[in-house]
Design a protein around this ligand. Sequence first.
Ligand SMILES: [Zn+2]
Length: 217
Amino acid sequence: MLNIILLGPPGAGKGKQAARLQAERGMIQLSTGDMLREAVAAGTPVGRKAKAVMERGELVSDAIVSALIGERLDASADKGAIFDGCPRTKHQAAALEILLAQRGRRLDHVIELVVDEDELVRRIVGRFTCAKCGAPYHDHFRLPAVPGVCDVCGSTEFKRRPDDNEETVRTRMAEYRAKTAPILPYCEDKGLVRRVDGMASVDEVAGQIDAILDGKA
Ligand SMILES: [Zn+2]
């Protein structure tokens, strides 16, 4: 049973890989935000505690986050866990290791999807879709055969997501670097960090991750 932390900036395809690992390997994806919402909604013991803290307008403590992860692992018949968005500090990472050890588990890998920031910006900022049928296009990689006309439905209206602009993408990248900066060196010291080329195709990234999980890389 493998337990991993999956790291990658927005746009690196982390969500897709996590979904695939859940479907193919029976792993569960644990993200702090989702776990909090679920525990509060379900009214679990930790959820009730977290709710009271949040209602006082306070931040949920590391101890509560740890308890939440423990509660979730104990209630799950998973074949491994993918930690997404947690831990966020060295302290939380150490707490996670203890928590796993208490359950006969360990942190096996920290897999980071590494991206070329400029290229990622180019990929994200170039995206647009047909306003009518949603067909995906790209300024550099996939323009309609007839300029300005959707290949699929013939519509001449297209749209872009407001978030797909360079400033937003670079801000999110900076947030990602700031968030992972505290834990990467810690995990690195423990020899846990494995890097995967996040710019490769979805299938190639999947292959690289599988090779690590199967001990072949
Ligand atoms: Zn269309």
